[in-house]
Write a protein that binds this ligand. Sequence first.
Ligand SMILES: [Zn+2]
Length: 52
Amino acid sequence: MSTTKTNTAQKEGKQLCHICGKESESYICEACSDKVRAEAMNKKKWEDKGKA
Ligand SMILES: [Zn+2]
């Protein structure tokens, strides 16, 4: 999923990742969105286990 690696994004809304502060195309970069998703899944697991 790296088809958007051009420098056309320089003029358009270049944003910073709200989590790690790196430049990103959206407000959460890919790496962090991965992390967030993993954490969400973890949480779900926990809830499944904890509140049976
Ligand atoms: Zn990030």
